[in-house]
Design a protein around this ligand. Structure first.
Ligand code: FE
Length: 198
């Protein structure tokens, strides 16, 4: 685009612009430093994959809970004291079966049900993963260490701002009857994204 004829305007440096935003926030009684500290606390202490692991263990152990989880994920995880932000309007739980394997992505950016399965790993946000898992999911999963038999159907789910997903892995047969906390310890974030099986 040509700027010929446009008036010259001075642009403030990044530091000056950041200072200006901070000054406005302070003037309105908003405390960015406190907000960042609180957000870090949530990320490091509360928004962890162990939340989703508890959900999975409960679904494996309690058929009635599993049914509620399938019907309305968001209200079922609330039974375990797990919150989701208001804009995460739906939590859709995708059960793996011996013949169907589910995997999630966000082709636009990096959305996950982060309060339940944790913040996305770096590779999840990578353009390579986001584009290729849709076009060649079997190959991408194999490259990530999950070699599925050709007869297994792979379903790829693209997260949106208001619909979040979580994969419900199959319970390893030798763990039937284990207590929930022991089951939860088996469940990984990769398994809830669908790039690994247990
Ligand atoms: Fe996103």
């Amino acid at each position: 685009m040509s700027n010929v004829g446009a008036p010259l305007t001075a642009t403030a440096s990044v530091e000056q612009r950041a200072d200006a935003i901070q000054a406005v926030l302070h003037a309105r009684g908003m405390e960015p430093a406190a907000f960042i500290e609180q957000a870090n606390h949530l990320v490091e202490e509360q928004w962890l994959p162990r939340n989703g692991a508890r959900v999975v263990a409960k679904a494996w152990s309690d058929p009635a809970f599993r049914q509620r989880l399938m019907a309305n994920g968001k209200s079922a995880v609330a039974e375990l004291g797990l919150d989701m932000p208001r804009h995460h309007r739906h939590l859709v739980v995708l059960p793996n079966t011996p013949t169907v394997h589910n995997v999630i992505c966000c082709t636009l950016c990096s959305c996950t049900a982060f309060t339940i399965i944790g913040l996305p790993p770096d590779w999840y946000k990578d353009l390579e993963y986001r584009a290729r898992v849709v076009r060649e999911s079997r190959t991408v999963l194999r490259e990530m260490g999950l070699d599925l038999p050709p007869e297994t159907e792979i379903r790829v789910w693209d997260t949106t701002a208001d619909t979040r997903y979580m994969v419900l892995p199959e319970q390893p047969p030798h763990t039937i009857g284990w207590p929930e906390d022991q089951l939860a310890a088996l469940v990984t974030q990769d398994a809830m994204i669908g790039v690994a099986r247990l």
